[in-house]
Design a protein around this ligand. Sequence first.
Ligand SMILES: [Zn+2]
Length: 300
Amino acid sequence: MARLPIPKSLKRILVPAWNEGHRLGWLVRDHAGAVLSGRWARCSVCGRVRPMIYRRRVVPEKLAERWGLTPRLAKALARKESSDCAGCGAKLRARRIASVLLETFPIGSPPAPARSLAEWVRSPEAARMRIAEINRIDGIHGALSHLPGFASSDYHPGAPPGAIVEGVRSEDLTRLTYPDASFDLVLTSESLEHVPDLGAALRGIRRVLAPGGLHIFTVPVLPDEPKTFRRAELRPDGSIKHLAASIHHPGGDVGYLVFTEFGADLPEVLKRAGFDLTVHYGPVREDDLTQVYVCRWMGL
Ligand SMILES: [Zn+2]
């Protein structure tokens, strides 16, 4: 039996409706999953009590295979990259950075941690802070964006460091253009692994921090990798030399190349770079890859 041709005009209506149906299907499934498994919590970013949406599909099977992740590691990575707050969308890694920030910078008298970034930003203590967010961190970015001392940047390949591209300042972690000692807090999340020269990035962060200032961040660390190693390096002519199997993280047109693979020795790497270090939610383990590192620069 010949299939009836579907008129183009009808397709234009049916295809979006079909896609929207799929999207709603996922939404219902994700919310039901969060409710049934009791994943409700107060969000440290927006302050609302909401389901935290775990989405295993953010780490597709093919990717997990290519990266050599065990099923437990793949799940732990999916938790880090999802567990989104149904209220504001902040992922687990953003919510943990927020929790550590709230603990580290209590407000009021006597000082106590605010319950959320939404509450924290309304305090005079937060209004006095000079904060650099280097590469946008979804959830945190929105919560902090109205603070007077908040500076945000993204990395636009090819743009001169410090240039404004489509309204957003472009900064390269290895060549920061902010003045010396100009921030109390630098925030990065899943960025340091993509920097061609890790030493230059850590020196740059140290330079822009005021004495006593903090760099709070997350990076991918694999628990079964004892030693930090370089997967690639940038040659002076701008070409890339691959030293180990190349890995890209999702994003951009072709994904972001990983230059440094961090191992369990990351705390020593950071101490050697001159920082005092505390690790929150550590140590890294097969069931929890979402550690938050707090590096304090004590000054020269
Ligand atoms: Zn939230």
